[in-house]
Design a protein. Sequence first.
Length: 92
Amino acid sequence: MTLTTIVAGLTAAKHSQIDPTERARAGFLQWCLSLEDTTDMRAEARAAIAKLHYFDSDSAALAAFETMLVEATRPMPAPRRRGARRGQMRLQ
């Protein structure tokens, strides 16, 4: 599904009974699933954000979708060990 189709769906349903955040989440999931397996998601998210500025809309769902794309450009936090033994020692 193309970005244009997703944006059209998000902006067309302004007066929908469905929460705009839920619609944005569904659109984001559709966008993610439309990407190839080997695609750099962060780069694609940046490109999608740049394309969103061509669409003139005040849709709350589109704004939430853009927020999700911005979050997708950020790197995941480095994994860190939470330390079961150390955590148990603090409780005693």
